[in-house]
Structures are given as structure tokens and as C-alpha cells.
Design a protein around this ligand. Structure first.
Ligand SMILES: [Zn+2]
Length: 94
């Protein structure tokens, strides 16, 4: 929607094998709760599989901030993660 070049990248969902636009995929960090991006390849889930695998409540701000890596990441990464999570939450409420 912002016309970024990532819109045309495709990734493979690790759960069902579907290929989808990277911008539509959800990053899955098999290492858990850190968002360190250097020397690390993220895996991806489509929205359907992400919903199936994520059972954490994500409805409140504190959880969103924590998921976004507050206090663990640099500012740029945190803000990007936070924006992505906020967008997910707003989509899920519709
Ligand atoms: Zn999938």
C-alpha cells in the first residue's frame, strides 16, 4: 500500500507452503522473543497460519509494545515492529 519494493518480494509460508507477498506475510522468529535481525533469517507465515500458531493475546498496548521488542531493539526496529503489530491488531478487529 505504500509502494515499497518489498511488496513484490515473495516468501514461502513455513506451515502450509503457500507463496505470498512478503508484505502480506508474518515474520516468524523461531528463536522466540528477540528481534535481533543481524545474521538471522526470518521465516514467514501466511496470515491464516499465523493466526493458528499465535495464541498470545495481542489486544492491549503493553502486549503490543512487548511484542515489538520494547527495550530490546534499536529505535528504528522497534518502531517498525510496533507499526506492523498495530496494523495487525487493527485488521483483526475489523
Ligand atoms: Zn500458511
Amino acid at each position: 500500500m505504500f509502494g515499497s519494493r518489498s511488496d513484490r518480494e515473495t516468501v514461502t509460508c513455513i506451515a502450509c507452503g503457500d507463496r505470498l507477498a512478503r508484505s502480506d506475510a508474518r515474520e516468524y522468529d523461531k528463536h522466540g522473543d528477540r528481534w535481533e535481525r543481524r545474521d538471522k533469517a526470518f521465516e514467514y507465515l501466511c496470515k491464516g497460519c499465523f493466526a493458528d500458531t499465535s495464541h498470545q493475546p495481542r489486544g492491549d498496548l503493553e502486549a503490543t509494545l512487548d511484542d515489538a521488542g520494547a527495550g530490546e531493539t534499536d529505535r528504528e526496529t522497534f518502531l517498525r515492529r510496533y507499526r506492523e503489530l498495530a496494523e495487525e491488531n487493527s485488521v483483526e478487529r475489523e
